[in-house]
Design a binder for this molecule. Structure first.
Ligand SMILES: [Zn+2]
Length: 193
């Protein structure tokens, strides 16, 4: 089939290949960088991280440091840096918990947005290298690479701006946008006091 628009033509022919590369190769790397962003600020603010996990299922626990289990699963769809008290119990009063009553909402806000910021930072660096390689070293422009950049950016921006909660064992888990907006609201109320 022939299409006038090279992008449409590409999508028609290589959509599945692009999605496979994205899901199997790019998303796992994206998630590791994203979770490292959360992890860095959780530790910086003295929040105890129960586990740092890549992927679904638990295949191997390859480390344990400062109260954190480092777990590798099947590197697909999911990664998590789980702070103490982050899921479920908001009334937890352990000073190392994410929802510690006196933890400044600014800290929760920074932890919530750090994942997206880390990924966008690394993505921008890769984009600069890609553009410089094209301009100076004759690296060919690739629709595949262009699309991957767009998918990563879209994925992260939705994560930052579209708040929602996922059902979880009788409760729910807020996404990054939800925690960011909630903590901004708490921050505003905190300052009004
Ligand atoms: Zn996140």
């Amino acid at each position: 089939m022939y299409f006038d628009n090279p992008l449409i033509e590409y999508l028609h022919e290589y959509l599945w290949r692009t999605l496979l590369v994205f899901i199997l190769l790019v998303v796992p790397i994206e998630m590791i960088i994203h979770e490292l962003g959360h992890f860095y600020f959780q530790r910086k603010y003295g929040i105890r991280v129960l586990f740092f996990k890549i992927g679904i299922f638990n295949i191997v626990k390859w480390g344990h440091k400062s109260g954190t289990d480092f777990i590798l699963g099947v590197p697909l769809l999911k990664a998590e840096s789980r702070g103490l008290g982050e899921v479920g119990d908001k009334k937890i009063s352990d000073p190392e918990s994410f929802y510690y009553a006196h933890r400044h909402p600014k800290e929760r806000f920074v932890v919530a947005v750090a994942g997206v910021m880390a990924t966008l930072l690394v993505m921008t660096a890769c984009l600069i290298v890609y553009i410089v390689a094209q301009k100076n070293f004759g690296f060919p422009e690739s629709i595949l690479i262009n699309l991957i950049f767009m998918l990563v950016a879209a994925n992260e921006i939705i994560n930052l701006f579209v708040p929602f909660k996922l059902p979880w064992k009788g409760g729910s888990i807020p996404n990054d946008a939800f925690v960011a907006i909630e903590s901004l609201w708490h921050w505003y109320k905190f300052n009004k006091k």
